[in-house]
Design a protein around this ligand. Structure first.
Ligand code: M6R
Length: 362
């Protein structure tokens, strides 16, 4: 069932172009997103005051990107919470809040409890989920189904990229319902993602030896970026930690000098994401702070960036897309690097120690 791959994780990484294609299918027609089968009405949406996103782990990291999209394009305030915190916090949600729960399995105990608590407080719940007929899917008011297919490996890969895609489609669809002008390039950009995903997977594997070399012998590492890059850095660091057991910290690049820079030492591996146009210069100056302490920097930058190579040790070029769409592409090399770093250390990536695929206890 691994289709010739040594691990489910690698198989699932490679399935992402198809998972994205399937999740997009019939949902963008020309310049319009069609999610009418979610049964959310314009009247309901116009009445909403805020949105609360609740999830765990990788699904939470997808929610961080979701918040930026919704707040940026719709100007609706969004809070993102870890489900295990949300449920015990007397959360600020009511009948004017749309709660979005995100769960690949739809069976995560804390997420399910958060869903129930939200409903008890009068909120309607939209579930972004991959498993049809799961508890979360059954109990939510509205469903966005990701079409990633079964995800077996404990480390989530194709579920994350399709959850992100879900957030893009939902945001554009809500924008349409609310009568807001949505950026046209996002519609065509989304449709191109499956092909570009394929491209970046191939390119990363070509360069994999030199990309994983800097991690050799290290027990610590950093992932940095600003804006959306920071949120993808969070996901990259979670991936590396859970399967390779290398300690990894994700940091908003501008926050480094408020403490973390003290941990940068000669040759420590640092992955820097620098794909966001509006904060590009700022990110590069943060990278220079790391280089000044002799950290080893691998940069993920947009194709055609001829500048960044001067400030870092290695560059991996991400196919050119609007800044808002980079997360689905930048996460792919991070997953692949984590996979190969872990296997080079002899780790059982499909069954990392202490972890279960679906956490049905709190
Ligand atoms: O099934 P869910 O999406 O609710 O699972 C949430 C987390 O347990 C899950 O994403 C976990 O963080 C993964 N092992 C990360 O790779």
């Amino acid at each position: 069932e691994k289709d010739g791959y040594p691990h489910f994780m690698l198989k699932e990484i490679h399935e992402q172009p198809t998972a994205l294609r399937n999740t997009l299918k019939d949902r963008i027609i020309g310049d319009t997103v069609d999610l009418d089968n979610m049964n959310i009405t314009a009247d309901y949406l116009k009445d909403i005051k805020n949105i609360s996103i609740v999830a765990c782990g990788t699904a939470y990291n997808a929610g961080l990107v979701g918040k930026e999209l919704i707040e940026g394009l719709l100007r609706i305030p969004v809070e993102v919470s870890v489900a295990s915190e949300f449920r015990y916090r007397n959360p600020l949600v009511d009948d004017k809040t749309l709660v979005i729960v995100v769960s690949q399995s739809g069976e995560t105990a804390d997420t399910l409890a958060a869903l129930r608590e939200s409903k008890r407080r009068g909120s309607k719940v939209l579930a972004i989920t991959n498993v049809k007929g799961s508890s979360v899917a059954r109990e939510a008011d509205f469903i966005f189904q990701t079409i990633a297919g079964p995800e077996i490996a404990v480390a989530s890969t194709k579920a994350y990229s399709t959850m992100l895609l879900g957030f893009y489609l939902i945001t554009l669809y809500f924008g349409q319902l609310l009568g807001k002008e949505m950026p046209k390039e996002l519609y065509s950009g989304l449709k191109e993602l499956p092909i570009l995903a394929d491209k970046i997977i191939i390119e990363t594997e070509k360069q994999i030896e030199s990309l994983i070399k800097p991690f050799e012998g290290w027990g610590d590492s950093f992932f940095i970026g600003r804006g959306l890059d920071w949120h993808v850095a969070e996901e990259g660091s979670l991936k590396l930690k859970e399967i390779s057991y290398i300690h990894a910290e994700a940091y908003a690049a501008g926050e480094l000098k408020h403490g973390t820079l003290a941990l940068i030492e000669k040759d420590i591996p640092v992955i820097a994401l620098a794909t966001q146009k509006d904060v590009y210069e700022k990110t590069v100056s943060n990278i220079k702070e790391v280089k000044a302490r002799e950290g080893y920097v691998i940069a993920l930058a947009q194709e055609g960036d001829t500048e960044i190579g001067k400030s870092v040790d290695q560059v991996l070029a991400i196919p050119k897309v609007p800044s808002l769409l980079t997360p689905i592409l930048t996460v792919l090399p991070l997953q692949i690097i984590s996979y190969y770093v872990a296997t080079s250390r002899g780790c059982d990536v499909d069954k990392p120690r202490n972890l279960a695929k679906s956490v049905t206890v709190e």
